[in-house]
Design a binder for this molecule. Structure first.
Ligand code: ATP
Ligand code: MG
Length: 359
């Protein structure tokens, strides 16, 4: 990004990340004044999109897509719901004061590189503290409690004492009329990181109560290593799906299926065949969830059974002249029970077992 202007600032995460020496996910720019008008006057910039009610604009400049926001202030007429924009083109200071934490409220001039710090964010970065900007912050937007957890585990920071007290008192008196969609977004971003300590803090600090769950404790089995090793696609739901009731959350189809499959697991014994049959046709995520119920079974599945597949199928039995019937399944189960003992079994071995079975 090489647009420079004396009232154009890098803001929020990008300034924080640069001070921490970390790579930023995205670059936020705020123009002190009317960003749309500013963008229209940049030479050689193509306007891609304008969002008038929010005062934001997306441009293409030097082949790069850049978002620029106008400074804006916000109010929360309905606590827990999205704020409404109050004043577009307000002062930079007012814009900064609507933000979540001091570490996310730093601005850096695109022209001089000077850092503008109205709220003590530099000091808090130095001391590794997450601090809200005012005492009503969590009442306005309780998703910030999860955001605080996310930033804490990402950067190895702690909540400032007073912020921790505000969190505790909010969690004792939650307003459940909140945007669960936003809450879910933050839960996803937090638990997709697959950091076990995030889960411990989430539970020990009672943050899970935001979802409407009354009581929950940290599972004894730490499944984060299974996630690292077997890389399921849907990570966050493994953590959050273990809570006893998450009906407030707007899950996707696959996320719901993962939770449902976990709830329906009915493992009758710990023998290999039973484990294979219970887990083979359900999402990997559900099996990882089940590791908190029966870690031996889940580990056995992942390290020994998961990749075993029969090579023989119904067409092969048909070719042997056997009429389709429920006997097919019995035959496959019989071969499978042998193959589990001897996974290197060949297709020919499977065929001979089938012949034996039907003889
Ligand atoms: P990340 O690296 O996770 O993207 P970020 O700080 O850029 O971190 P975003 O969620 O991208 O976080 O938000 C950009 C900025 O918008 C934040 O730095 C913060 O100043 C502000 N912000 C985001 N969410 C909230 C919120 N819920 N309440 C107040 N301010 C917020
Ligand atoms: Mg960001």
């Amino acid at each position: 990004m090489n647009i420079q202007d004396k009232t154009l600032y890098y803001i929020g995460g990008v300034v924080r990340d640069e001070l921490l020496g970390k790579k930023s996910f995205d670059i936020d720019l705020t123009y002190d004044g009317d960003a749309i008008n500013f963008a229209k006057n940049i030479e050689n910039a193509e306007i891609l999109r304008i969002n008038e009610p929010f005062g934001t604009v997306k441009i293409k400049y030097n082949n790069e897509e850049i978002d620029i926001a106008s400074t804006r202030s916000e109010i929360y007429p309905q606590k827990g719901q999205l704020p409404i924009v109050q004043n577009i083109g307000c002062s930079l200071k007012e814009d900064v004061l609507r933000r979540d934490f001091t570490i996310n409220a730093l601005a850096k001039s695109t022209l001089s590189g000077e850092i503008i710090d109205y709220v003590g964010g530099l000091e808090d970065i130095k001391n590794k503290k997450i601090r809200v900007l005012h005492d009503k912050s969590f009442e306005d937007d309780p998703t910030r409690i999860v955001r605080a957890l996310k930033f804490a585990v990402r950067f190895g920071f702690e909540l400032d004492e007073h912020t921790k007290e505000l969190q505790n008192s909010y969690l004792m008196n939650i307003n459940y009329d909140m945007s669960y969609k936003r809450l879910q977004k933050e839960l996803k971003e937090t638990f997709d990181l697959n950091i076990w300590e995030a889960y411990e803090r989430f539970i020990q600090q009672g943050i899970y109560k935001l979802i409407g769950v009354q009581d929950f404790s940290v599972p004894k089995y730490n499944f984060s290593k299974l996630i690292d090793e077997f890389k399921p696609e849907n990570v966050w739901i493994i953590y959050i799906g273990l809570l006893p009731d998450i009906s407030n959350l707007p899950l996707t189809k696959i996320e719901s299926k993962i939770v449902e499959s976990f709830a329906n697991i009915n493992l009758e014994s710990n023998d290999d065949f039973a484990i294979y049959k219970a887990f083979k046709n359900i999402p990997l995520e559900s099996v990882i969830m089940y590791s908190t119920v029966n870690p031996q079974a889940a580990e056995k599945y992942f390290y020994k059974l998961k990749d075993i597949e029969l090579k023989i199928n119904g067409d092969d039995l048909g070719a042997m002249g056997i009429e389709p019937s429920p006997k097919y399944q019995e035959c496959f189960d019989h071969i499978l029970s042998k193959k589990i003992e001897n996974p290197s079994m060949s297709f020919e071995d499977e065929i001979s077992l089938a012949k034996e079975f039907f003889a």
